[in-house]
Design a protein around this ligand. Structure first.
Ligand code: SF4
Length: 259
């Protein structure tokens, strides 16, 4: 068995689906050490009208349209470890230099490293910053309701849950994860709803990779939790970033871009 079958890097044509919770644990062994989490950088970007961003290393999905840099695929080779205090100071320093009041963690999957993230959220809660945006694929929050309960105590936290599919087959094809984990992100949404956390859902509904019937299935699943979630769905399309093009090619997915 080769290293890449033990630790999957990309979706390929003959890919064997993986357990995303198992992959989360394997990735945490690489990107979390003594409550320190790996980040590659901290900087302010223009989205959300200016937000200080921590770029995390490592994910438990392998979406073929992913734009993240190579640290997603080779987490052992990228980033430096930061304690919650060090990550907060880096985020705060970038925010203060550019005069922005919002903070987020993005890049890969920020919910890896539960204790690190909860402590970081506590530091933001007690700070001058007004909002912390957490962008997640939702898998871990779907199987760990206690994690959602802890997050619900922070009033400055807002989540963006990024969905990948409207049915199990599409989910496994796009993410590389086993089809029977398709429900996990929807369970996360139910948990967030039940614990009254502020959030909205986004989804990769690009018609080049998601048939209209599947998009409808996704909207119906969301509407089953709340019609507002379906109505306010943020829909995404694939952008031709170099890393995205490379991953699409490895997965054997041919789509056209206007460049
Ligand atoms: S798109 Fe998001 S969830 Fe999918 S592999 Fe990239 S970072 Fe992970």
């Amino acid at each position: 068995m080769g290293a890449d079958s033990v630790y999957p890097r990309y979706v390929t044509k003959d890919f064997v689906p993986f357990d995303p919770i198992g992959l989360a644990k394997k990735t945490e062994q690489i990107v979390v050490k003594d409550n320190k989490r790996k980040y590659t950088d901290f900087y302010v970007v223009r989205v959300y009208r200016g937000i200080s961003t921590g770029y995390t290393v490592g994910c438990n999905f392998r979406c073929f349209y992913c734009w993240s840099d190579e640290s997603r695929d080779f987490p052992e080779s990228y980033g430096k470890f930061y304690s919650p205090e060090e990550a907060f100071e880096s985020l705060a320093g970038a925010a203060r230099r550019k005069g922005v009041s919002k903070i987020r963690i993005s890049g890969a999957e920020p919910t890896l490293g539960k204790r690190h993230l909860v402590e970081l959220l506590g530091l933001v809660e007690d700070s001058e910053f007004s909002l912390f945006i957490l962008e997640t694929n939702g898998t871990i929050l779907g199987v760990d309701e206690d994690y959602v309960e802890q997050i619900s105590k922070f009033k400055k936290v807002y989540l963006r849950v990024s969905l990948k599919a409207g049915n199990a087959e599409g989910f496994s094809w796009r993410t590389g994860a086993m089809a029977d984990s398709f429900e996990f992100p929807f369970r996360a949404i139910q948990n967030l709803w039940d614990h009254r956390v502020s959030f909205h859902c986004a989804a990769m509904t690009d018609p080049r990779i998601m048939p209209s019937k599947e998009r409808q299935q996704l909207l119906e699943k969301l509407a089953g939790i709340s019609r507002d979630l379906a109505r306010n769905l943020e829909e995404e399309v694939i952008d031709p970033y170099p890393n995205t093009l490379s991953r699409l090619k490895k997965a054997g997915v041919n789509i056209r871009f206007r460049i």
